[in-house]
Design a protein around this ligand. Structure first.
Ligand code: ZN
Ligand code: MN
Length: 470
């Protein structure tokens, strides 16, 4: 039995986080009542002209940069002609001849996925099909939204690799503020091209499974296609190049249409949009806005800050939590590990209710044994109220959150007396310590702490005990 190897290429469509659509000034916000966010331009009225959204160009360049692409200094748009009711102009403005980004790559552990190109295009509208009575509704709110399409070379061979690639790209787009990555809302969706062939043989006949909007459906669609195509090949049933759709309920793919090629779309340059010239200075200004990518942050947290794998993953997993963590470190950077623990254990990653600077100073006080840990809950309640009221008072924590009783007060006379008592009552261990047995110090520390019942910080107890033992 010959071994069949799957070869997979992905096309990821990601909606850009622009305020307005890509070729008109309509709002690009998700949702809205049907057809409330469109104009003659994005509804395809004859005579309207597209005006390119500068922000969309900036965002696709950021996407290209984080995926190590070359950026074309001259870039242009093409008309991709086809008729469908969700595309009122009967052509999509897309890029074929000179896409913004080409020849990139994304590292995936021990393999590299090459990026063929990333191009900037417009999204189509949305059709809502009603079954009883039978009719379809067209909502053009999504029509003309700025979309990038990331096209890989066929460098992927398993469902697991495909998912890791999508996850990594999604995280990079999120961190770079290019796309919100909400797969369930369709702002990031994936087409899978897959074929099977015996090892070392030319690629087989491919199927393209359209519009997968979760990692789970990507996995299931790939697994289904592997088994369907394996059966066909082993039973000598010819496969046809076609576009297929995945049915979430049955877990199966089914044929939608036989696959068209680029020439079927009669692509031609869109004369309505001037060729865009990009200079080095333009690109450098855009590159400068790209923050550190999650993978590099992870390495830094693990290697430089000594944060555990578990906690580093939790922090990285959510961009808002990660940026909050960085914000806290700006206020209090001495002990990143304790800050991370505090965010994971005390805030349980729910960072939206707090100002980072407040949390920084709170952790600093706790680490210095200035305030008693048992009051953390009370203090956090007050700090979240502060953020709620949009109060930006810098001393709010000290003035309003930490009550007199929260501060650890040290009655130094009491400390001296109690430690003197501990030394008097433990002549044996004291002798051992004096004759060089350092480890009994821990025992004496324990006795002193117990007797003081939290009335002094460990630092003060240690200092007093050491002094008195001399
Ligand atoms: Zn519009
Ligand atoms: Mn596309």
């Amino acid at each position: 039995m010959m071994k069949l190897v799957p070869t997979i290429g992905l096309e990821i469509h990601a909606e850009l986080m622009t305020a307005s659509k890509v070729f008109c000034s309509c709002s690009a916000e998700f949702g809205g009542s049907p057809n409330s966010r469109c104009c003659p331009g994005c509804s395809g009225f004859p005579g309207t002209l597209p005006v390119l959204n500068k922000r969309a160009v900036e965002l696709i360049i950021k996407a290209g940069k984080v995926m190590n692409c070359e950026i074309n200094r001259l870039t242009s748009w093409d008309k991709k002609n086809y008729f469908y009711p969700d595309l009122p102009r009967a052509y999509q403005i897309s890029q074929l001849n000179a896409p913004v980004c080409v020849n990139g790559n994304v590292e995936l552990g021990d393999t590299t996925v090459r990026i063929k190109q990333i191009h900037l295009e417009e999204d189509a509208g949305k059709l809502i099909h009603d079954q009883s009575p039978k009719y379809s509704l067209a909502d053009y709110n999504r029509s003309g939204m700025a979309l990038i399409e990331i096209v890989t070379e066929p460098d992927i061979h398993t469902a697991d690799e495909a998912c890791r690639f999508v996850e990594k790209v999604r995280a990079m787009l999120l961190y770079a503020d290019v796309c919100d990555g909400r797969m369930e809302q369709g702002s990031l969706r994936c087409d899978v091209n897959i074929s099977l062939a015996p090892e070392g043989q030319p690629l087989g006949v491919r199927a393209e499974v359209k519009n997968l909007n979760s990692l789970r459906s990507i996995t299931r669609a790939i697994e289904y296609e592997i088994s369907r195509q394996t059966q066909a090949i082993t039973n000598n049933i010819p496969l046809v190049q076609e576009t297929r759709r995945f049915n979430d309920a049955s877990g199966e793919t089914f044929a939608m249409r036989t696959k068209e090629n680029a020439h079927d779309y009669r692509y031609f340059p869109d004369p309505d949009i001037p060729v865009l010239k990009l200079t080095d200075a333009d690109l450098d200004a855009i590159y400068a806005t790209i923050p550190e990518m999650p993978e590099l942050r992870y390495e830094r947290y693990r290697n430089e800050m000594g944060i555990s794998e578990h906690n580093a993953k939790i922090i990285i997993n959510d961009k808002n939590v990660c940026n909050f963590f960085e914000g806290v470190l700006k206020e209090y950077g001495e002990n990143p590990k304790s800050v991370c623990n505090f965010i994971v254990n005390e805030l349980r990653n729910d960072v939206s209710q707090f100002y980072a600077a407040d949390i920084g100073r709170l952790v600093k006080y706790l680490n210095a044994d200035k305030i008693d840990r048992k009051y953390v809950g009370d203090i956090l309640n007050k700090l979240s109220r502060k953020k709620n009221e949009k109060n930006t008072d810098n001393d709010y924590l000290e003035k309003n959150c930490i009550e007199e009783s929260f501060w650890i007060k040290e009655d130094l006379d009491l400390v001296e007396n109690i430690i003197a008592g501990v030394i008097k009552n433990n002549p044996g261990p004291v002798e051992q310590y004096k004759s060089g047995e350092q480890k009994v110090f821990g025992f004496l520390m324990g006795q002193a702490s117990k007797a003081l019942k939290g009335a002094a910080t460990p630092a003060v107890i240690k200092e007093t005990l050491e002094r008195k033992l001399k």
